[in-house]
Design a protein around this ligand. Structure first.
Ligand code: FE
Ligand code: FE
Length: 181
């Protein structure tokens, strides 16, 4: 596709985000299921609801532009989601899995923060002030989600570290008993 204007690029990037958000809507319920910490589960559930609202904001913008939001697949998000599902197949201890899920979720948030920052700047340049405020709202939600995950990680990482200490100890005792036998 030949790109001739900033407006065209803006629309392409919006389509990319529309695809990204819809991929997240599919991925988050799996993350809710996989998470063991109830706080993390709740966090993912809340962000799922938020994400539905973010899709609605994008639809509003597309309606206003008289363009279809469809027709593009965000490959970046596809890769992130794929890595996330690989994680969930691993045989992790509880807190360790949660720590890994937070890592994956924060990658997603940072990807979105970058993408929304770009489209907001394009909207500003194009004089689309209504779009700017809609995109800004979503951008703030993504940033807050990222911060919340950082907060949650503190406690979960510590727990994961403790659990792995216990697992290591178990292994050493097993080895010792084997040697003694
Ligand atoms: Fe989002
Ligand atoms: Fe997000």
């Amino acid at each position: 596709m030949e790109m001739e204007s900033l407006r065209e690029l803006y629309i392409e990037e919006l389509k990319d985000l529309y695809s990204a958000e819809n991929q997240i809507i599919k991925a988050l319920p799996k993350m809710v299921k996989a998470a063991t910490s109830s706080e993390l589960k709740k966090g993912f559930e809340q962000h799922l609801a938020q994400t539905r609202g973010q899709v609605e904001r994008l639809e509003k913008i597309f309606k206003e532009l008289d363009e279809s939001p469809k027709g593009k697949k965000c490959k970046g998000m596809e890769g992130l989601v794929e890595e996330d599902s690989e994680l969930m197949k691993e045989d992790f201890e509880d807190a360790l899995l949660d720590a890994a899920l937070i890592g994956a979720a924060q990658r997603v948030e940072h990807y979105e923060i970058a993408a929304y920052g770009t489209v907001r700047a394009f909207a500003e340049e194009l004089g689309e002030s209504e779009h700017v405020s809609l995109l800004e709202e979503t951008l703030e939600e993504e940033k807050k989600t990222d911060e919340k995950l950082t907060e949650l990680a503190k406690q979960i990482n510590a727990q994961a570290n403790e659990e792995s200490g216990e697992a290591e100890q178990r292994q050493t005792t097993q080895k010792k008993t084997k040697r003694a036998a």
